[in-house]
Design a protein around this ligand. Sequence first.
Ligand code: ZN
Length: 500
Amino acid sequence: MKTFSSVFAVFLSVAAISYSSSNRAPGRTWINDVTIVSPEKLDHIERGSVLIENDRIVSVERGVERKEGAKKPADANLVSGKGQFLIPGLIDSHVHLASVPGMMFDPAQSKSEMVRKYFKQLPRSYLYYGYTTVVDLAVVDREVLEGFRRAPLHPDLYDCGGSLPIANGYPMSFAPAAMRFKLFPNFIYDSRQASSIPSEYKPQDHTPAASVAAVKSSGGICVKTYFERGFAADRNLPVISPELRAEIRKAATQASLVLMMHANSFEAQKFAVEGDVDVIAHGMWNWGGLDGRTELPAEIRAVLDQIVKKRIGYQATIQVLAGMSLYFDPEYLKMPAIAKVIPAEMLAWFNSAEGKSFKRELERPGFTDRAMLEGYERSVFRRVRQVVAYLAGQDANFLFGTDTPSSPTYGNLPGLNGYLEMQQLQKAGLSLAQILRAATISNARALRIDSQVGTIEPGKMANLILLKESPLESVSAYDSIATIWVHGKAISRESLAAGG
Ligand SMILES: [Zn+2]
C-alpha cells in the first residue's frame, strides 16, 4: 500500500494548492441529530452527531442528546440531520471508466464532443448516486482515469492497472488483432499460441510475475484476470491453465494485491474457487450443461458452498444482464433519471438508430421485443437470481460492483446503474443490511482500503451520504440523497446532475 498512499498524498497536496485561491478549506462541520447507519454497528443504530475536520471524521457520538445534551463544537458549520440518515459513502468495486455506454472499444470520432461532455459528467454522476469510491478493474486508457482524478469533484478512484488476459483470450479478443497487444500490455504469454503473438512481445516479459509487477508499479491495488471461453461467434477462446492460475495467485500474494477473476459460468467459478482467488467479478448466470435445470443443481451448490466457506468476495453484477435486456424494454430510455447522469445529446443519440446499434447483435429473427425480454427472464436472470438467493441465505461475502458499463451497452449508465443493481440484488434475495454492507465495509475490507473508507468512524475519510429515508427500510432510500460529503466537502445532490 505504501506506493499507492504516497501517490495519493502527492495528489492531495497538489489539489490543496490549486484550490486554495478559490475555495476555502472545508474546515469543521458538525452533523447533528442524525440517525447514524454505519455497517459495523447495524445492531446498534442510534441518533447522534458526527464531527468532520477538513477531510476526516474526527468524532462520532451516539445517544448524546439523551445524556447532557449535545453541544456544537466551536467554529463548526452546523448541519441538522433531523429525521435523516447518515451512511458512509458508497463503493462500487467494479467499473470501467474509459468505456463509453453504447460504443465499442473505439469511441466514434464523429461523436468526440458528446464523448467529451460524457467524461466531464462521469465523476459527478457517480457522486449523484452516492458513490464516493470507485475501482476500475481494467485500465485501457489511463488518460481517462487521470482526467477523472483532475475533475474538481470526483469519487476516490483506485484501479487494477492493465488486466491480465491470456494472449488472444477474452477480452482482448474483441479488439482488432493489430491493436489488442497494445491495449492489453499485461497479457499473459501462451506458448501454445506463439504463432499468433507478434514477435516483438517476448515470453519473459509476459509471465504472471512480470505482469503482476507491472500492475504493482503502475499503482494498482488489485490484479484482474479472466476465465471466459466466450459467447456467440467467439465461443472457443483460449483460457488460462491451472498452472498459470497458480503463478498469478502466487505473484499477487507476494505483491500484496487483491486477485479478482472474471468468471460468470459454473465452469469458470469452479476454476476461480480452486485457484483461491480473492474476488469473483460476476454472478453465475451460465450453468453450461445444467442451464435447463429449474432447481439449483447440487454440483453448483457445492461450488457456492466453497465460495461461502472461503469468504471469496462475490460481485453479482446482475445489471450486466439488464445491459442486454433493456434494449428490448420500450420504457427504458424514458426513465427521467437518465437525463441526470448523461449529457442531453447522448440521450438523443441513444434514441437514434445508430445509438441502438448493439440491439442488432442481440436480437433474434422472429422474436418480438417482449419475447426477448421474457427469454432473458427465463434464462440468465432466473439462474443468477437462484445463485444469488442461495449465497444470500448463507450470508456470503457479497461485494457491491456493477461492471459499469458492460460495454457496449447503453443500459448501464454511471451512478444510476448502481441504484438499479441494488434493486436487482434486493429482488434476488439480499436483505437491505446485506446490500449496505456489500457497498461499504465489505468492499473496503476486500480491497484493503478499510483504514480509509467503509464506515463512519473517527480517522476515516469524511466521505458521507445524508439520506432522507432509511436504507434499512427501503432500497429507494439510495435515491433520496440530500447531501454528499467528499473529503469533507459538502455537495448538494442536484448540483451534480447533468445539465444542472
Ligand atoms: Zn468488468
